[in-house]
Design a protein around this ligand. Structure first.
Ligand code: BES
Ligand code: ZN
Ligand code: ZN
Length: 487
């Protein structure tokens, strides 16, 4: 949920505690019991009801169908409990966070899940509740949701779940905010507010300083935009902790440049800073969890615009790394700004782990659609950890190959590299191979994300989405554990 005055879910106090927290302790009013009823285990689901309640369920033809719910009145006409349909095994296989569906229309009140529930399901239910209650209501005059809260189920760390949801909301808010309010300067401001909340440091190299300090490709892509291009850098954590660096594509709007996108392809391009928003959402989760890592977030923030000083097709750019790049398509701008940022990320002290997020190619969507995020890495251990983590936390990711056979496709006649190989075969792979040329770190993963939900699903309203960040957080928490509270 967007803050009153803030575009990224932060207010003066820090994160605004609206939809992104679970109810605490035993409030004065008794909580409404939520019975999660599976249509393929109907008897079991209704077993704890009284005879009257069962008859009420029967009279209303409640069958546990996914998307259905039924309130059961108490003697005084209040809502005593609610039956929430969770569907059958087949429906559940198609997606998780089913409680998110009820959460988005829950009447005001405090709820608690009734009956026995295993910790993993309980955690998923609690996160689903929070994710389902997200609204981007910054531009609405009336708040869209009733004031409903779920109590953290027993055995679930409610604070942790809320911190994860806050990170997701930061990403969603940033992506949903249109480019007229979230340009390169807005991205920097968002980073600064998150940093301030956690006591992190932020610096930015802006405009001509990008040339002076040798970030020629970030400058070349962004110089035609209405706001100066910049490289934003956030740092946090102890000097001697393992170094984790996140890089996020921050193209505030992607017109395609002189190779202008057609209207239909341009319509959603406010979300081309989804990599930056994801890196910052994940950074919030890492800092809120106080993971013992040395965190660095690098965001090249630019707008890919049309102007007399736009880069042109056929231009040859010299990158920070010294490699020359022939611009065969001004719309393949993401890899250019990322290249300089990745080079910078690996200079001096290499990070122990380097991860980038970018809405880099349409080809990734052709391959895997809007739900499954492709990732690329040569680190077999990391690849396995990410796959396992994504499954566990319902943040679907899928490994793709850095196929050496396609290396020749990014090598043109004129320069060292080509930013847009002709033919367009394996477009997501050749983009990843392009990035790889600029990486010099022991362990690197690249996510070609979408950052958007085109069709609503439980816990995932239409609009900006935080993808792959929870999977990465799970890997980091497994590897590094948590900082004890008294540390
Ligand atoms: N931002 C786009 C990629 C994109 C398009 C992401 C649609 C999500 C949805 C990127 O800058 C781009 O335009 N890539 C081109 C590269 C091509 C010209 C080599 C693409 O994918 O078509
Ligand atoms: Zn583009
Ligand atoms: Zn782009």
């Amino acid at each position: 949920m967007a803050g009153e005055d803030g575009r990224e879910g932060l207010d003066d106090e820090g994160l605004n505690e609206g939809t992104e927290r679970l109810a605490e302790g035993d409030g004065a009013a008794p909580a409404v019991a939520l019975h999660l009823v599976h249509s393929d285990r109907l008897e079991e689901g209704l077993a704890s009801l009284t005879e009257e309640e069962r008859r009420w369920a029967e009279a209303n033809r409640f069958r546990g169908r996914f998307g259905s719910h039924l309130a059961i009145p108490g003697a005084g006409g209040e809502i005593a409990s609610v039956l929430v349909g969770m569907g059958d095994a087949k429906v559940r296989e198609r997606g998780r966070f089913h409680l998110g569906d009820f959460a988005k229309s829950a009447p005001a009140g405090t709820y608690e899940i009734a009956g026995e529930i295993d910790p993993e399901t309980a955690e998923e239910a609690a996160l689903g509740w929070l994710l389902g209650r997200y609204r981007f209501d910054r531009f609405k005059s009336e708040p869209a949701l009733d004031d409903a809260h779920l109590k953290a189920p027993p055995g679930v760390d409610g604070t942790r779940i809320a911190q994860i949801a806050q990170g997701v909301f930061i990403t969603r808010d940033m992506v949903n905010t249109p480019a007229n309010e979230m340009g390169p300067a807005g991205i920097e401001e968002a980073a600064r507010r998150i940093a301030e909340h956690h006591g992190a440091r932020v610096t930015a190299i802006t405009g001509e300083a990008l040339l002076e300090q040798n970030f020629p490709m970030i400058h070349a892509v962004g110089r035609a935009g209405p706001e100066a291009p910049r490289l934003v850098e956030l740092t946090w954590g102890e000097e001697d902790a393992p170094a984790v660096t996140l890089v996020g594509k921050g193209v505030a709007f992607d017109t395609g440049g002189l190779d202008l996108k057609p209207a239909a392809s341009m319509a959603l391009m406010k979300k081309d800073m989804g990599g930056a928003a994801t890196a910052l959402g994940l950074a919030h989760m890492i800092m809120a969890r106080r993971l013992p890592v040395r965190l660095r977030v690098l965001i090249p923030a630019v707008e890919n615009s049309v102007s007399s000083n736009s880069m042109r097709p056929g231009d040859v750019l010299r990158s920070r790394a010294g490699l020359t790049v022939e611009i065969n398509n001004t719309d393949a701008e993401g890899r250019l700004v990322l290249a300089d940022a990745l080079t910078y990320a690996c200079e001096e002290a290499q990070p122990d782990l380097l991860i980038d997020f970018a809405t880099l190619t349409g080809a990734a969507r052709v391959a895997l659609g809007a739900e499954v995020m492709p990732y690329y890495t040569d680190d077999e251990g990391l690849a396995a950890e990410l796959a396992e983590a994504g499954r566990k936390v319902a943040d679907p990711v899928w490994r793709m190959p850095l196929w050496p056979g396609y290396e020749a496709d990014i090598e043109p006649a004129v320069a060292d590299l080509d930013n847009a190989p002709s033919g367009g075969m394996a477009g997501s792979i050749t983009a990843a191979l392009f990035l790889k040329r600029f990486v010099n770190a022991p362990s690197w993963a690249h996510f070609d994300i979408y950052a958007w939900t085109p069709k609503a699903r439980p816990g995932r309203p239409v609009g900006g989405e935080c993808q792959a960040a929870r999977a990465v957080l799970e890997v980091l928490e497994k590897r590094y554990g948590e900082t004890p509270d008294d540390a």
